[in-house]
Design a protein around this ligand. Structure first.
Ligand SMILES: [Zn+2]
Length: 256
């Protein structure tokens, strides 16, 4: 059994991976450092999407190489954690949100494996794997962790934060959290036939709902959730099966 874990801002390292061994994976899109550890009968591969020292900004992440590397090591089930801003009062900083949908406002990113001679149209009715999302929801419940369902992620280009006027628009569109990395990570996972569920850790209220966003405070808030993140990962592993009872695999058009 193989599980991929992607860590975002504030989750560049996790206690679960303290004894992990670095593996450099060569992909057609570049080399990726993964951190492998054996846990509960499964191989876990950790991928800090901003690098171990948070050196890669959201718009410069090599998303294609990351997903290709996870695919190559057989991590066809992936839990992705990301720091998000909340656009509604009821989703409070420090809490966790399970993603259900996204709206993509990124640009200029290498966003697809599709190319001349290899045309694919990822089906995005359920952008995040419903089966793996259900496992994450059950894992949170089993650990007494509140995981708010129904996250609708507005993905900005970043790296700047949003203006209050932008937040009003995104919120009016039906989105409740805002972030900079779930796209194209999620759509590339679909193209590669991977199951990906995403959990947002709310680092802050978005602009206009708070006086000022403090980047350092976002990181502190996210890091404070690491024990919850590890508990969810550990419980998901116990429920994970090799057999994937969902249609993610058949939706993919490329593997590595
Ligand atoms: Zn799936």
């Amino acid at each position: 059994m193989v599980l991929g874990v992607i860590g975002g801002t504030g989750l560049e390292t996790l206690p679960l991976f303290s004894a992990a061994v670095q593996e450099n994976i060569v992909t057609p899109y570049g080399e990726v450092c993964l951190y492998k550890v054996r846990y509960g009968g499964a191989d876990l591969f950790f991928l800090p999407r901003h690098g171990l020292t948070h050196s890669v900004p959201p718009h410069l992440i090599n998303y294609r190489a990351n997903i290709a590397a996870l695919s190559k090591v057989g991590a066809n089930q992936v839990l992705a954690f990301c720091s998000v801003g909340s656009m509604v009062e009821s989703i409070r900083p420090g809490s966790l949100v399970l993603m259900e949908q996204f709206v993509d406002a990124t640009w200029g990113r290498e966003h697809t494996f599709s190319e001349v001679g290899r045309v694919g149209h990822a089906e995005m009715t359920h952008p995040y794997c419903t089966r793996l999302s259900a496992l994450a929801r059950e894992a949170a419940a089993a650990n007494g962790i509140k995981l708010t369902p129904g996250g609708v992620y507005y993905c900005t280009q970043g790296p700047r934060f949003e203006t209050p006027a932008e937040i009003k628009i995104y919120s009016a569109l039906g989105c409740n959290v805002v972030g900079m990395t779930s796209v194209p990570e999620t759509s590339l996972a679909k193209e590669a036939g991977l199951c990906l569920a995403s959990i947002g850790i709310v680092g802050n209220y978005a602009a206009g709902l708070t006086a000022k966003i403090d980047s350092a405070d976002v990181t502190v808030k996210t890091r404070a959730a690491e024990y919850k993140v590890c508990a969810i990962i550990e419980s998901v592993i116990t429920a994970l099966t090799e057999e994937r009872d969902c249609d993610c695999a058949e939706g993919g058009f490329i593997s590595f």
